[in-house]
Design a protein around this ligand. Structure first.
Ligand code: NAD
Length: 260
């Protein structure tokens, strides 16, 4: 398996571990298990403490951990400069970051504020472009960038509101980025994960309803696990998917193919 993936000793930046339930943490664990050199970015001290607690479970693992607030160009530039200078080549990036103000998920969509709209776009969609641009000078061997999206980008899902619009922009950005950096051997793809109970998911008011509906309706008749999202992430980060870019790959038990 490790030989097939060719991720051993590859430098992969994982952004978005808030705690042990984060999708990014599931991906990081899978990357560590195949011998990748994982570099972590975090936003807040609270996340850093939780990350350090998880990392302490691994003997002999002292990964590079760098602060990065994707709402700030300076912070992104600084983080990738530090990563690039310390590890040399960056082979992959996991962008697993999103945020919207709680009121914009609770209120009616029509009441979305200008600020709330801009903030959700900035954090959840524009950040992918800024990160790719900051990392590009260090992606000298080509590489793979993946981001996490959700079906709310293309269908109206109750309570997803402004985040659905941000995910639509994220998926379009994946296509434009893929086209722009494909000549440098860099691939850009999104993974559309089924609903998973995480901190971010708690912000979506109807989340439990969504979980139940997926279990009932998805062809696999169950929700997906973080491990399943992590496994597909390994494939998308590895040369196994070398011919794929600009795509949205669904890891949702097939839910998106169904009618209502
Ligand atoms: P999570 O809360 O564990 O992760 C979200 C991360 O975004 C956190 O680590 C948070 O610190 C980070 N973040 C927010 N604002 C930031 C900023 N300004 N700078 C840097 N980091 C910032 O939740 P998650 O569910 O693991 O979410 C990860 C990604 O997966 C998100 O893009 C989310 O939309 C997407 N996703 C989640 C689900 C789900 O059901 N949980 C489904 C599909 C897609």
């Amino acid at each position: 398996m490790d030989n097939l993936l060719q991720l051993k000793d590859k430098n992969i930046v994982v952004m978005g571990v808030a705690n042990d339930r984060s999708i990014a943490w599931g991906i990081a664990k899978a990357l560590i298990s195949v011998g990748a050199n994982v570099i972590f970015t975090y936003r807040k001290e609270r996340s850093l403490m939780k990350l350090e607690k998880q990392l302490a479970k691994y003997e002999n693992l002292q990964p590079l951990v760098v602060q990065c607030d994707v709402n700030s160009d300076e912070s992104i530039q600084q983080a990738f400069k530090e990563i690039g200078e310390k590890v040399g080549t960056i082979h992959g990036i996991v962008h697993s970051v999103a945020f919207a103000h709680a009121e914009d998920l609770k209120n009616r969509f029509i009441e979305t504020s200008r600020d709330g709209y801009a903030f959700a776009q900035d954090t959840s969609a524009y950040s992918l472009i800024a990160v790719a641009n900051a990392a590009r000078p260090y992606m000298t061997d080509g590489g793979s960038i993946i981001t996490m999206t959700y079906l709310g980008a293309e269908r109206v899902l109750e309570g997803y509101n402004v985040m659905g619009v941000a995910k639509a922009a994220l998926e379009a950005s994946v296509r434009y980025l893929a086209s722009d950096v494909g000549g440098d051997g860099i691939r850009v793809n999104a993974i559309s994960a089924g609903a998973i109970k995480t901190l971010a998911a708690k912000g979506v008011p109807s989340f439990n309803k969504i979980l139940n509906k997926m279990e009932e309706t998805a062809p696999l008749k169950r929700n997906v696990t973080p491990e399943e999202v992590a496994n597909m992430s390994l494939v998308m980060l590895s040369p196994l998917s070398s011919g794929v870019t600009g795509e949205v790959i669904y890891v949702d038990g097939g839910y998106h193919i169904m009618g209502v």
